[in-house]
Design a protein around this ligand. Structure first.
Ligand code: C2E
Ligand code: CA
Ligand code: CA
Ligand code: CA
Length: 276
């Protein structure tokens, strides 16, 4: 009966979460998953092209439901944002990522941890306390934490104050999915992030679509002129890597080097990469 149930559910997986009843079912399962400790973090290395070393990782959330199997964050995060569960889930992510970053300081000193914050978390007044508590419990230096926010989050009410406060705490900021949101240019003029993350949609067009190459070059040169480091995400091929290198990209992240991995695998990968 269980395998039948699984097949029945899997018929919907390409569009899972599109239907209202599925969203409700996923919401219930997510709530239980949080209570039962079923969420995991995986870590994707970021390679500095100047030094050819892994200098940081991005923490990415994973959830394998007992019935549904692995559910993509692209499916469950939007639902968690809608029903508010992203707030407690995001707190768990922040704490877990800080603990892991602290553990890694003994063997991979200076490795920095990037954590995604959703607009919904960002809009809450207690986000500063959440971050401070996670750092304190993990005894992690704020300098080793970076927060990734999308352009959408920048535009939420009070965002600039929160950003200033995070910066005053010595936490770095990265603007995620750069180039895909609204008002990119006017917003980056008003506050300083350390890094722009060039969206994967542009990177994947390198070597295939002239427009994507033009936009990529423009963002790299804009970043350089304004003093941002540009991180290219979703780098999969040698062609993309060579293009990014040639045009002065600082940091790359993508399957070309490493997929997101459980902590032990990420640790082994980074140790080998930085020694080799
Ligand atoms: P994102 O922050 O833009 O994360 C990058 C996504 O690209 C990740 O997908 C990563 O696995 C994937 N990726 C990295 N390199 C490559 C590559 O070379 N090729 C391809 N095709 N994909 C690559 P993932 O892990 O499925 O996450 C999807 C989105 O879900 C994230 O996009 C982010 O918006 C959200 N997300 C994931 N974890 C968290 C979290 O802890 N908190 C919040 N608020 N959002 C999260
Ligand atoms: Ca991200
Ligand atoms: Ca991104
Ligand atoms: Ca994205």
């Amino acid at each position: 009966a269980k395998s039948n149930g699984r097949n029945a559910l899997q018929r919907f997986t390409p569009d899972l979460g599109k239907r209202a009843d599925e969203r409700l079912a996923l919401s219930r399962r997510m709530r239980a998953a949080l209570a039962n400790g079923e969420f995991r973090l995986v870590y994707q290395p970021q390679v500095d092209l100047q030094t050819n070393r892994v200098t940081g990782v991005e923490a990415l959330l994973r959830w394998t439901d007992t019935e549904l199997g692995p559910v993509s964050p692209a499916t469950f995060i939007p639902i968690a944002e809608e029903n508010g569960l992203i707030v407690p889930i995001g707190e768990w992510v922040m704490q877990q990522a800080c603990f892991q970053a602290r553990v890694w300081q003994d063997t991979l000193p200076g490795l920095r941890m990037s954590v995604n914050l959703s607009p919904r978390q960002f809009a809450r007044g207690d986000i500063l306390r959440v971050v401070q508590r996670a750092l304190a419990r993990a005894r992690l230096s704020p300098r080793l934490l970076e927060i990734e926010i999308t352009e959408g989050a920048l535009m939420t009410l009070g965002a600039l104050d929160v950003l200033r406060a995070l910066r005053a705490m010595d936490i770095d900021l990265a603007i995620d999915d750069f180039g895909t949101g609204y008002s990119s240019l006017s917003y980056i003029r008003n506050f300083r992030a350390e890094r722009l993350k060039l969206d994967m949609s542009f990177v994947s067009g390198i070597g295939r679509h002239r427009e994507d190459e033009v936009i990529t070059r423009a963002i790299l040169s804009l970043g350089r002129a304004l003093g941002f480091k540009v991180v290219a995400e979703g780098v999969e091929t040698e062609t993309q890597l060579a293009f990014l290198r040639r045009h002065g990209c600082s940091v790359v992240q993508g399957y070309r080097f490493a997929r997101p991995m459980p902590a032990a695998d990420a640790h082994a990968f980074i140790r080998d990469f930085n020694e080799g």
